[in-house]
Ligand binder design. Sequence first.
Ligand code: NAD
Ligand code: UDX
Length: 463
Amino acid sequence: MKIKNICCIGAGYVGGPTMAVIAQKNPEINVTVVDLNKQRIAAWNDEDLSKLPVYEPGLDEVVKEARGRNLFFSTEVDRAIDEAEMVFISVNTPTKTYGEGKGMAADLKYVELCARQIARVSKGDKIVVEKSTLPVRTAQAVKSILDNTGNGFKFSILSNPEFLAEGTAVEDLQSPDRVLIGGEDTPEGKEAMQALVDIYASWVPKEQILTTNVWSSELSKLVANAFLAQRVSSINAISELCEATEADVDEVSRAIGKDSRIGPKFLKASVGFGGSCFQKDILNLVYISKSLGLNEVADYWEQVIIMNDYQKYRFAKKIITTLYNTIADKKIAFLGWAFKKDTNDTRESAAIYVAEHLLQEQAKIVVYDPKVTEEQIYSDLEYLGTLSSEDIMNRVTVVNDPYKAMDKAHAVAVLTEWDEFKSYDWDRVYENMMKPAFVFDGRRLLDEAEITEKGFKVYTIGK
Ligand code: NAD
Ligand code: UDX
């Protein structure tokens, strides 16, 4: 079966870049990405490529090449579904904020709405691909909705989780470690899997395209994120031990990472992992395990989150105790707000939680981030629900000049590892800060010896 038209529901951090690369690599397939959010679609269609709603290095070039040729962004959801033989569901699946499973389970309401909409609109057989990260066995629910509310057409459900990391999305999509496709072991299931394999095979070597059953595929996505996050929490746990013993966590990372069984990646101690995926997916794994009565399994994975929350708290506490246990009305400059470098995404960023702790102590925070907007920063703090709007407005300032952020500050906190922070004129920064001038390096980004030599008192996680 040859696919000629693809529809992707959800033009977010995954739907947009993923479909842009699929369209780039398959010029003969029309790819239409749809979303209910009109503003987002307008931004994807903006002539000025710096206005794309997702900032990712290299994405503008891919969009420039494919948009208008075979890549389209639209709000006409029904039409795009109807015209496509293959529909990807790439909507958000956040942690539930209400009802059963509140704070743990994934909220599947957007996915269910998509399934109902596909069933209602379809005037022919379709392959439906789960691109969103979903709890294991969601495909069963999607299939049941499609079969029971559809117009009698056949629907094949595939699971095709996305493994891209933000900041390197284009690179990850163009040369993935693997593509995972889960499908049913039936003639229709196999045909559907082959159709999707053919799309990826345009640029991904065949041996890197793995096919499994649907449940293994759904579960593997949660497990991959849990394993990655667990490494960060493991090294962060060791970072505190290093601080108590004069071992250096980077040296420990290097020493253990050379063991080919351990490997060097995801061993960088930090103020804690953020992003829209790690915490959400582990909570989901914990919830599923608990629901199945697997309490030891649930407790094991929950510890990864507990450690991460502790690391953010520990960093904030270090700032407070170092600044003589009182930070009320002291100016603290935040370098970075995004959850990692090279993205404008702030979801679950450690910066938000460190700011919350410091604001509760009535500090004044001035934020500089090269890609995050002022509006986003205020909305992240409002969303916490623990700070009054008045406090947020009075105590937080966002500036677009880093030197202004650090001018007359008592301390600088590095919350994101943006490369540009390394090349600042730190002599000039030191001159204009309150003394003693402190730097709290939450990302182990700056050369500690160099910064200390300039006169700063430096705190580096794990040292
Ligand atoms: P996102 O919030 O950036 O985008 C989701 C989009 O879906 C939004 O623009 C929203 O308006 C749209 N949407 C929701 N319901 C809709 C509907 N019924 N019809 C049309 N549009 C609708 O989310 P994201 O970061 O792209 O994540 C999407 C999924 O991919 C999640 O399940 C996530 O866990 C998974 N994932 C994310 C990443 C990542 O790095 N962000 C990586 C791998 C997997
Ligand atoms: C993650 C997974 O890597 C990706 O495969 C999945 O598809 C989505 O979730 P993402 O959250 O975009 O990607 O970024 P990632 O590079 O994994 O970083 C997550 C967080 O962990 C960031 O806050 C990062 O700063 C932090 N981190 C990462 C560390 O603190 N130390 C490390 O060694 C690695």
